[in-house]
Design a protein around this ligand. Structure first.
Ligand code: SAM
Length: 272
């Protein structure tokens, strides 16, 4: 298995995958309980609003987790396959498929080494997973490879400009978000360990649950553009989801996106 540079040493996908596997059980429980408010209230609705019509198209969802976003693509009319590197996520996704079949084929696979022939799909998606892979350039090339010529790849990542290695949400005296402080933008992150938890997980759950842990990777925006173009993809749309005032009032967690985006959506097309 290919190894990637990680904190000056080499890290294999299998090592990174162990962290996601360790997160998968609680992650599934928490997202199904509705604690990923950014995803459900803001990020995925904006992603789907930017998505071209997928009715009748065949697609692959890369880094699908427990499959919630893949199922949304089927409900929009696509025929879907989906992969994730963590077996526990795929087990939960398959169990949901068995209980309420939508025709989705899930399998454990590495986004940097997809188990599909070149030119298989009309489109590919990756919801907040591409930036977690050890080599973004390889992952982009793999997504491009499995697309038919003219097919598109739409993916969401943490916004490289507004969530670089240093980010702090600034608030005024009333607690209202007034700005975002960012720093260390030009410092690449190659797998430094990050620990976090969905902020709406109730205190009693939080007390008995270990935080999520996974290696983090940061690239500048221009590096992302170079990698996308280097994969033979042509950028056709960017999206930067922002909460409406009404959404920020109803879900204060997402109020930081009133002043600057936390996520970046990119759609790119394989040259025909
Ligand atoms: C932040 S979660 C997003 C999950 C899901 N797409 C969603 O939006 O809820 C990142 C996902 O990427 C997966 N992942 C990380 N590295 C991967 C790789 N090399 N190949 C495939 N999936 C990977 C993780 O297991 C995890 O499910």
């Amino acid at each position: 298995m290919k190894a990637y540079l990680h904190l000056g040493k080499t890290m294999k996908t299998a090592e990174a995958a162990k962290f996601w596997e360790a997160n998968a059980e609680n992650w599934t429980r928490f997202v199904r309980a509705g604690y990923d408010v950014y995803r459900d209230a803001l990020n995925t609705p904006a992603f789907l609003a930017m998505l071209p019509d997928v009715r009748g198209l065949s697609g692959v969802d890369i880094g699908c987790g427990e499959g919630a976003e893949t199922r949304k693509l089927v409900r929009l009319g696509a025929r879907m396959q989906a992969v994730d590197v963590a077996p526990t996520f795929i087990r939960h996704a398959k169990a949901t498929e068995t209980a309420a079949p939508l025709g989705i084929l899930y399998q454990v696979a590495n986004g940097m080494d997809l188990p599909f022939a070149s030119g298989t799909f009309d489109f590919a998606t990756a919801f907040m997973s591409l930036m977690d892979m050890l080599d973004h350039g390889v992952a982009l090339k793999e997504a491009a490879r499995v697309l038919k010529p003219g097919g598109f790849f739409q993916f969401s990542i943490i916004h490289p400009c507004f969530s670089p290695p240093h980010r702090r949400v600034l608030r005024d005296a009333q607690g209202k978000v007034s700005g975002i402080e960012v720093g260390r933008y030009f410092e690449p992150m190659n797998g430094q360990m990050n620990e976090w938890m969905f902020s709406t997980v109730p205190a009693n759950e939080r007390a008995r649950t270990k935080p999520f842990r996974a290696p983090m990777f940061h690239r500048t925006l221009s590096s992302w553009v170079d990698l996308i173009c280097g994969a033979g993809l042509s950028i056709e749309k960017f999206g930067e989801p922002t909460a409406s005032n009404a959404l920020a009032d109803a879900q204060p967690v997402v109020a930081d996106t009133l002043v600057a985006p936390l996520f970046l959506h990119i759609r790119a097309r394989k040259l025909a």
